[in-house]
Design a protein around this ligand. Structure first.
Ligand SMILES: *Cc1c(COP(=O)(O)O)cnc(C)c1O
Length: 430
């Protein structure tokens, strides 16, 4: 979908865009941190999404159940008994990632889930043992991959093949990802990449990557930490084998909140696929009979290990309710416009690349809401300026600022003010 917008670089235009925004009302459904008595300009929803006002009520409801029912909260609560708690988020999650409800489940945290998925989907042989990942993947993912490789007696140096941008470029070309997959051929066991790259903001072509992996006889899995709730996903139709994500970034479900997994239906029905098992993955009809012999639940549920963290899952439900109301289509529509506005304003500063560069792809299909900027001269001081002015953004040494205007709670005015501060800071430079 390519849209052309007619933007203007004025406060009046930003105000009018907010007035015309059908999602503008959702900002008031969140609690926004304050800076000198005013809402701060919160652009770090890619790191920790804001608290939905409804989260407290959802958590208090579970605290009350715990108080009044004790252990009976598991089965005898009038609403949302804990035993089934992992089921209450399925419908929303399935919609958000483009899956059947049986293919998704909320559980654990992201890196733990990545390990559990790799137990099932990284089973190297002496000849097929390689993993492809982007070179600057999130450190936790790199640690997980390397430790899995070592666990199987292989050497990460030779087993992990990294994807690097071409000389002079910041992001990866799909054709290069695919030719790397083809080049590994029969040695390739797994392609495991971000969905949206956490640093550059690049949204990869999941379908093309998955198809290429399958052609090579390998599995394809994705870390959707920066993709879920940010970009449209069709995991089932794209044929993705597995995916993991966290809920505290764009899904606004609270610090360390419950994570999620996707396992494609074609694997979810396979009882013989190796996995690390626990009682919550066992057939729920006889889970409490405490019998020997593991019989996995069909679908993603069969990868659950422990009973769920209900307090965290309660906040998750509160947050998902907002996604149900808005829907990913409307959310993406505003997101495309909001990020295009940010890009337009940044470009209209007219700064040379030696001062300011946008490294995120300019094609909307290749990015989510985040733009990653290189502030090549005096970056640290510029970042301090914007922080002092009440903008919460993310600084990465030596020169990167990541900015994520989130369509659920950020406004066109937020974007306008942010760019004005950047512009003023740049012109103050020596
Ligand atoms: C945020 C993030 C994580 C965090 O992992 P946790 O296990 O939730 O602490 C992992 N990978 C990526 C790509 C991330 O962006």
């Amino acid at each position: 979908m390519t849209m052309t917008y007619s933007f203007e670089n004025t406060a009046g235009f930003a105000d009018a865009a907010d007035k015309a925004d059908p999602l503008a009302q959702y900002r008031s459904r969140f609690l926004i941190p304050q800076h000198e008595g005013k809402d701060c300009i919160y652009f770090t929803g890619n790191s920790l999404g804001l608290q939905p006002r409804s989260a407290k009520g959802y958590i208090e409801e579970e605290l009350k159940k715990w108080h009044e029912l004790g252990v009976d909260g598991h089965f005898h609560a009038a609403r949302r008994p804990w035993y089934h708690y992992h089921k209450y988020s399925k419908e929303s999650l399935a919609r958000i990632v483009g899956a059947a409800q049986s293919e998704v489940v909320a559980m654990n945290n992201l890196t733990s889930n990545l390990h559990l998925m790799m137990v099932s989907f990284y089973r190297p042989s002496a000849t097929r043992f390689k993993i492809i990942v982007e070179a600057n993947a999130f450190p936790s993912d790199r640690f997980a991959l390397a430790s899995q490789v070592k666990f199987h007696g292989h050497d990460p140096e030779s087993a992990i093949v990294t994807l690097k941008p071409r000389e002079g470029e910041y992001t990866l070309r799909t054709e290069d990802i695919i030719s790397t997959i083809e080049a590994q051929g029969e040695e390739l066991a797994l392609v495991m990449m971000g969905g949206v790259q956490y640093y550059t903001g690049q949204f990869f072509n999941l379908k093309a990557i998955t198809e290429a992996a399958h052609c090579a006889g390998a599995f394809a899995g994705f870390d959707l930490a920066h993709a879920v709730g940010n970009v449209p996903l069709q995991l089932h139709d794209d044929g993705v084998d597995f995916a993991v994500w966290c809920s505290y970034k764009y899904l606004n479900s609270g610090p360390g909140g419950v994570s999620g997994i996707f396992v494609h239906e074609k694997h979810g029905q396979d009882d013989d696929i190796p996995r690390f098992a626990g009682w919550w993955g066992h057939d729920e009809q006889e889970r409490f009979q405490m019998k020997a012999g593991f019989r996995p639940m069909p679908g993603a549920d069969g990868w659950q290990v422990s009973n769920g963290n209900v307090l965290s899952a309660a906040a998750h439900l509160a947050a998902l309710e907002l996604f149900d109301e808005v829907g990913m289509t409307e959310l993406r529509k505003k997101s495309l416009q909001l990020t295009a506005y940010l890009e337009y304003l940044l470009r209209s500063i007219g700064a040379p690349a030696s001062d300011l560069e946008i490294i995120t792809p300019s094609s909307p299909e290749e990015r989510g809401c985040q733009l990653s900027l290189f502030v090549n001269r005096d970056g640290q001081r510029i970042f301090e300026n914007i922080s002092k002015a009440g903008v919460v953004a993310d600084w990465r040494e030596p020169n990167a600022i990541r900015v994520a205007p989130v369509p659920l709670y950020n406004s066109f005015k937020d974007v306008y003010i942010f760019v004005k501060i950047i512009k003023d800071s740049l012109s103050l430079q020596s």
